[in-house]
Design a protein around this ligand. Structure first.
Ligand code: URA
Length: 217
C-alpha cells in the first residue's frame, strides 16, 4: 500500500474535494477550511484502520466489554500555514495525538525558480512512533521531501503516512523516490504541474484560500 487515492470510489469525500476545487464555493473561506478539516477527519479514520491495535477491557454500566483500541498515539505533523485545517481534521479524530509543526516555504528567485526554506520546527520525540504528515497540496514534493528528511533526523518513526487533499503524480513519484517506505494518502490525484509548481486543475493556492492572500517574500 504505497499510494491510496480516496477518489477512486465516490463518497462524501469526493463531494468535498469538488467543493474545494470550485471557484464559486472557494469564495466562502470558512467552507474551504471546513472541507479540508472534514477531509482530514476521513483520512484519520482510514489510516486508523491500518494502525496497530490492542484488546482492552472496558467497564460499562452493565458489565465488561472487550474493545479494540489504538495501541499507541500517532504524531501528527503539518507544514505551516496551509496545512493547518487538514491537520485540525486529523487531530479531531486522533484526539490524543502529539503534534509537530514545520514552517517550510518556497523562497522564490527572480528567474522563476524557487528553493524550499525550512525555518520554525516544533516536534515531539518521533522514536518508534507512527508519524502522519499532512500537506493539502502535494505538488513538486520538494517541501515534503525536505520535511521528511528533517523529521527522520529527529528520530526513527515506526511508520510514516503522508496525507494530501490533492496530489500531483510527479510529486508522489518524488516523495517515493526519496522516501520509499512512506505511505501516501490522497484525496485526489492530478497529472499536471505548472512551471511555478501549481497543480492543474488543482484548486489554486490552498494557503491563500484558507487564510487570505499573502504578500510574496
Ligand atoms: N500549493 C498550493 O497551494 N497549490 C498548488 O497547486 C501547489 C502547491
Amino acid at each position: 500500500m504505497a499510494v491510496v487515492n480516496l477518489s477512486s470510489t465516490h463518497s462524501l469525500l469526493t463531494n468535498w474535494i469538488s467543493e474545494l476545487r470550485n471557484v464559486e464555493v472557494q469564495t466562502d473561506r470558512m467552507r474551504f477550511r471546513r472541507n479540508l478539516e472534514r477531509i482530514g477527519e476521513v483520512f484519520a479514520y482510514e489510516i486508523s484502520r491500518q494502525l496497530p491495535w490492542e484488546a482492552a477491557e472496558v467497564a460499562t454500566p452493565m458489565g465488561t466489554a472487550t474493545a479494540k483500541v489504538l495501541k499507541e498515539q500517532p504524531v501528527l505533523a503539518t507544514i505551516l500555514r496551509a496545512g493547518l485545517p487538514l491537520h485540525q481534521g486529523l487531530l479531531n479524530y486522533f484526539d490524543k495525538a502529539d503534534n509537530a509543526f514545520i514552517s517550510a516555504y518556497r523562497k522564490h528567485h527572480r528567474d522563476g525558480t524557487f528553493e524550499i526554506s525550512l525555518e520554525y520546527v516544533s516536534c515531539p520525540s518521533l522514536e518508534g512512533r507512527v508519524l502522519i504528515v499532512s500537506d493539502p497540496m502535494l505538488a513538486t514534493g520538494a517541501s515534503l521531501v525536505k520535511t521528511l528528511q528533517f523529521l527522520k533526523e529527529e528520530g526513527h518513526p515506526s511508520e510514516i503516512h503522508v496525507v494530501a487533499a490533492i496530489a500531483c503524480t510527479v510529486g508522489i513519484e518524488t516523495v517515493l523516490r526519496n522516501h520509499p517506505s512512506v505511505h501516501i494518502w490522497c484525496g485526489d490525484i492530478d497529472d499536471e504541474l505548472t512551471a511555478k509548481g501549481y497543480i492543474v486543475p488543482g484548486l489554486g493556492d490552498a494557503g491563500d484560500l484558507a487564510f487570505g492572500v499573502k504578500v510574496q517574500m
